[in-house]
Design a protein around this ligand. Structure first.
Ligand code: ZN
Ligand code: ZN
Length: 89
């Protein structure tokens, strides 16, 4: 049973939390947190960071999101019928 992934609590680096428990833990830990306010990552609510711009450079979920987006865009571009106006050529 050691297949769980652990993450580090953003509010206390000494907390090692099973990832599936992280959202609940964060809510509790946030209440005891006395440091500078952390921002919540738009792409993964368990990411709480001081500097969002720095975080997004290394945020896996953000990168997945942008990759997906450009992938979808590529698909939809390809899916669009290209209509040539033959008379105009
Ligand atoms: Zn914690
Ligand atoms: Zn993130």
């Amino acid at each position: 049973m050691s297949n769980y992934s652990f993450g580090t609590c953003p509010y206390n680096k000494e907390h090692r939390i099973m990832l599936f428990r992280m959202p609940g833990h964060i809510v509790k830990c946030m209440k005891n947190y006395r440091g500078p306010p952390l921002q919540t990552c738009k792409y993964n609510a368990i990411h709480r960071v001081l500097d969002m711009e720095e975080h997004l450079k290394e945020c896996e979920d953000y990168h997945k999101f942008t990759e997906n987006n450009s992938f979808q865009m590529a698909l939809s571009v390809r899916a669009q019928p290209i209509i040539y106006d033959e008379d105009a050529v």
